[in-house]
Write a protein that binds this ligand. Structure first.
Ligand code: GLU
Length: 325
């Protein structure tokens, strides 16, 4: 096991042992337990909730078989690469990155991640361009000359920024001052006027958007030009989505394109582990839906869609048992 995995899991074990009285039990059980490590995103986003809450279900309902740790991570691209290298058992990734990694394009140009496997898809995520109203930015074109957080390296939104900005004639290297902060910092930087706007591809609602909306006046701009519509038209993992006024405090209606959050793993992860994880999530879906508002709309029929990498055989076994395949 790598040092990365060891250090994360030992932190988790130490935390468990810290709650007095658990130490003996934890030591005994850990001999037979299989550790599961799931990578999410920023703590203010929704991926971290996917990792954390599905792990809670596993820990609660697997009768001590698993010790599942859901941890913050750098996002889609990081998670896919970490899963591929065996540093994570599961990771959360945007459906566009899932497709690109499986097919060898964008960040994986010419080097498809052959071992990438899909498990299920979760909540939808929109490509959000969030500005401070006093920045005077009213449309994507107004970003010229401004400081814009385009997403940290390893995030899914960074690639979305690199795609749509040029469709509005903006060269991210020359026409804006591009920042690569992680989202927790980016939301604060918007309020503190250190950036004028940020791009975040995220489910609704998320603390990353709610917090700045409660601290300053923000806007979320349309990303729906004809060039954008043409760009997404031949890509099955993108849909145009309209959001009603008030979905975020004091923000009017906006239209942008959206993806789905997907849970991925590697062909190297044992069938039994993926089967058990999948089963525990679906058999306790009602419980999961109550843990975060973005999960309320999750339905099995949607959760088997939007997956580009082949399904893991452990997941297939469960879906066949349920008659969903
Ligand atoms: N879509 C973002 C990414 O791929 C993460 C969003 C979240 O953490 O909820 O990096």
């Amino acid at each position: 096991m790598s040092n990365y995995r060891n250090s994360i899991l030992s932190v988790a074990a130490a935390a468990a042992i810290g709650f007095g009285g658990l130490s003996l039990h934890a030591t005994d059980a850990s001999a037979q337990q299989r550790d599961i490590l799931i990578g999410g995103g920023s703590v203010t986003g929704v991926y971290y909730q996917v990792a954390l809450q599905t792990c809670q279900l596993v820990n609660k309902h697997s009768e001590g078989k698993y010790n599942c740790v859901g941890r913050p991570a750098l996002g889609s691209v990081f998670n896919i690469n970490a899963v591929n290298r065996g540093l994570l058992d599961f990771g959360v990734a945007q459906s566009d990155r899932n497709w690109q990694a499986a097919n060898g394009s964008a960040d994986w140009d010419g080097k498809a991640v052959g071992k990438l496997r899909s498990v299920f898809s979760a909540h939808p995520e929109a490509v959000l361009l969030v500005t401070r109203v006093d920045s005077g930015i009213k449309s994507v074109g107004d970003l010229k000359g401004k400081t814009v957080n385009i997403g940290n390296p390893g995030s899914g939104q960074r690639g979305n920024s690199m795609d749509f900005l040029p469709l509005y004639g903006i060269d991210p290297d020359k026409d804006i001052k591009a920042e690569g902060l992680q989202q927790g910092e980016a939301s604060r930087a918007l309020v503190d006027k250190k950036v004028d706007a940020f791009v975040y591809t995220v489910g609704m609602p998320s603390a990353a958007i709610e917090e700045p909306a409660n601290s300053t006046k923000i806007d979320i701009l349309d990303i729906n030009s004809d060039a954008v519509k043409k760009f997404i038209s031949d890509k099955p993992y993108y849909v145009l989505a309209k959001y009603p006024a008030g979905i975020v405090k004091d923000v009017g209606e906006f239209e942008t394109y959206a993806v789905k959050a997907t849970v991925v793993t590697s062909a190297d992860v044992e069938d039994q582990v993926v089967y058990d994880y999948t089963k525990l999530v679906f058999e306790n879906l009602d419980e999961l839906k109550k843990t975060h508002a973005a999960f309320r709309i999750l339905e099995p029929k949607d959760m088997l869609g939007g997956l580009s990498a082949p399904l893991h055989p452990g997941a297939v076994k469960y879906y066949k048992e349920r008659g969903w395949m």
